[in-house]
Design a protein around this ligand. Structure first.
Ligand code: HEC
Length: 105
């Protein structure tokens, strides 16, 4: 979905891009609840056990990603550098979390 946000933004289709940003933002808020302390299984096979050892930090990253996507909805139309803005407010958050909590493959 993030790739689609990028290509829509680059085409100047901001209204569509913004709709997706909002959907993603809501999605990340829900993910916070998908890793409950008592299951330790997540929803797939690529989640590293460090998530549960470091749950608070993980949740904060999710909430930040969600918040930044909302900021992005108002920034994207006015930026003169779409790529850098997406990098800072979207991709940077994905990477920060994946580097730490997602298995390499
Ligand atoms: C706070 C942590 C966190 C953030 C932020 C995050 N991810 Fe992830 N992501 C994960 C974890 C953990 C997995 C592995 C989950 C699993 O396999 O159960 C994953 C898996 C994925 C996968 C592969 C699994 C699938 O469903 O296909 C994709 C694609 C992905 N993330 C995209 C993104 C993108 C794009 C962003 C940023 C817009 C992002 N993620 C932000 C933690 C995060």
């Amino acid at each position: 979905m993030a790739k689609r946000v990028q290509s829509l933004s680059e085409q100047g289709k901001f209204d569509e891009a913004i709709k997706l940003m909002i959907r993603m933002s809501e999605g990340y808020k829900k993910v916070v609840d998908m890793f409950p302390d008592n299951t330790k299984e997540g929803f797939g096979t690529e989640a590293l056990p460090t998530i549960w050892e470091d749950k608070e930090n993980f949740n904060q990253l999710m909430v930040k990603t969600s918040d930044d996507l909302i900021k992005l909805t108002s920034l994207i139309k006015n930026t003169d550098n779409i790529e850098a803005t997406l990098g800072q407010f979207m991709w940077g958050n994905c990477k920060a979390c994946h580097n730490k909590y997602r298995e390499e493959h």
